[in-house]
Design a binder for this molecule. Structure first.
Ligand SMILES: Cc1ncc(COP(=O)(O)O)c(C=O)c1O
Length: 499
């Protein structure tokens, strides 16, 4: 039904029904966003009617512009309501030790983190080369922030057992030019909570801001604690925590495009704003990176929070916690696999034992059985691993996982590990990133069976082969800088206009 030759701008407009049919057909190329079988990228509460409600609220406000809160007070009201809710969930607001918490709604975790770094940087204009202290387990968005903002990173290694930074190492990394110390609650890769109390203490002692990245788990940890789980202190109840980010499009189950960045008080937030009056148009006052902002995501998040309510989130977290336990038991029950760490939030992360299967082959075998997990590459002494972000929709499916996992492990053992030509592996280990050309990557991609949009092997969405293990094995053999270059070249090959 999709007429690719016509592109997005046909000579004559196409009927609404047909266009919608095209979108639906394209969506058929995607991994399943619902149903609890995709363990990354999506967050599904499995609540009937919620999507429809969020979509209706989205549509209601899609054309509203967050550029000017005085023109669109509806958006300001919803944004303030979301910030208030996030502050309360994270230990701030009236009656707490952080009664003056303020914040902004951003488009996502990365934007919140870039803004947290920008705010800290701009609070110290006297520093020529601002630096931030970042544990190696922190999200890649801090590296992006540093890159965009010309801030230097002082990386703190994590202990391979606890997967956390040592507080003494964090303290030692703080210098006179440090503008921010970062910690995760929890980290994405392994779902572990950093020692926030101690890190915030050393930051405060040095007079430095401390940001807690709770983008991933900020909406589940408080509920896990209420369910009796031993969640360490990580929020505004901790003295020295100056800002916290939490993504509503993750465990608050709002549609994509909403995160909240909170500051302990208005003075801490002040450098976040950008204002510009020195041109002939309107005076631009932006609290966040975007200027024009759609009201859609904010209204959808507002509707989601109000509909689910505090009791709804408690119940969804209970289901998620139970699913985590079932999945972790499934891993414990299979020879050849071991948990990287005991789950302490909503992540199950496992690796192979010496006699275990090739994890990348296992990931493919699981995908063949309808379970889409996320492979994580070898990094700084940590073995390759498999990551599962667990959401409430997994709960009804979780019991099916154990049998499929055992079967997939057996199938991976029969298939044996990926063996790439030794010269290819040697190349991956030795090639300098600068030596990589687009042509070389295109050749590599073709050799590994990766179709490229517009190329002879491409499907409608351009393509990945069913078996990703050879690709992951090659990336695994490459150092991080080469992984980056390889994937940039590959993605840029995918991003070609279709005319
Ligand atoms: C801990 C953490 N911080 C930040 C982010 C970035 O969020 P986003 O993808 O919404 O930009 C993520 C995303 O997974 C995350 O897990």
């Amino acid at each position: 039904m999709i007429d690719e030759s016509m592109g997005a701008l046909p000579a004559r407009g196409v009927a609404a029904e047909r266009v919608l049919g095209e979108v639906r057909e394209l969506r058929g190329l995607d991994r399943p966003t619902h149903g609890g079988r995709l363990f990354a990228y999506v967050y599904d509460p499995g609540v009937a009617g919620l999507d429809e409600l969020a979509a209706a609220a989205y549509a209601e406000s899609a054309h509203v512009n967050g550029l000017d809160p005085t023109a669109f007070p509806s958006l300001l009201a919803m944004e303030n309501a979301l910030v208030g809710a996030a502050a309360r969930v994270l230990g701030g607001g009236p009656g707490t030790s952080a009664p003056e918490v303020v914040g902004s709604v951003t488009s996502g975790g990365t934007e919140s983190l870039i803004l947290a770094v920008k705010t800290a940087r701009d609070a110290r204009p006297e520093i020529d080369t601002p630096r931030i202290v970042v544990p190696a387990s922190a999200h890649a968005a801090f590296a992006k922030a540093a890159h965009y903002l010309r801030v230097e990173i002082d990386s703190v290694p994590i202990d391979p057992e606890t997967l956390r930074p040592a507080v003494a190492d964090v303290a030692a990394a703080i210098r006179p030019d440090t503008v921010l110390v970062v910690c995760s609650a929890p980290s994405y890769a392994h779902g572990v909570v950093d020692p926030v109390t101690q890190i915030a203490e050393v930051a405060a002692a040095a007079g430095v801001r401390c940001h807690v990245d709770a983008c991933f788990g900020g909406w589940t940890l408080p509920y896990l604690r209420r369910l009796g789980e031993p969640v360490p202190a990580f929020d505004f109840a901790v003295p020295g925590v100056t800002s916290i980010s939490v993504d509503l499009h993750k465990y608050a189950y709002a549609p994509k495009g909403v995160s909240v960045l909170l500051h302990r008080d208005p003075a801490l937030r002040a450098p976040q704003y950008f204002a510009y009056a020195d041109w002939p148009g309107y005076t631009m006052i932006n609290p966040v990176i975007s200027s024009t902002r759609s009201g859609g995501p904010i209204a959808a998040a507002y509707a989601t929070l109000r509909h689910l309510g505090d009791d709804g989130y408690l119940e969804l977290t209970r289901r998620t916690r139970d699913a985590v336990q079932v999945l972790a038991d499934a891993v414990r029950g299979v020879d050849g696999l071991r948990l990287i760490t005991e789950p302490e939030s909503t992540v199950v992360c496992f690796t192979g034992t010496d006699s275990g299967p090739d994890l990348f082959v296992l990931v493919d075998e699981l995908a063949a059985r309808g379970w889409h997990t996320q492979p994580q590459l070898t990094y700084a002494g940590l073995p390759r691993s498999v990551h599962l972000t667990v959401t409430a929709a997994v709960a009804p499916r979780a019991a099916e996982f154990a049998a499929d996992l055992a079967e997939a492990v057996a199938a991976a053992a029969v298939a044996g590990p990926v063996t790439l030509p030794p010269e290819l592996l040697a190349l991956a280990g030795a090639l300098s990133p600068e030596a990589l050309t687009g042509d070389l990557v295109a050749g590599l991609a073709a050799g590994l069976g990766l179709g490229v949009v517009g190329g002879p092997d491409s499907g409608a969405g351009g393509g990945l082969p069913e078996r990703m293990a050879p690709v992951n094995t090659l990336l695994d053999a490459a150092p991080p800088a080469l992984r980056e270059r390889l994937l940039v070249e590959f993605v840029s090959l995918l991003q070609r206009p279709s005319y």
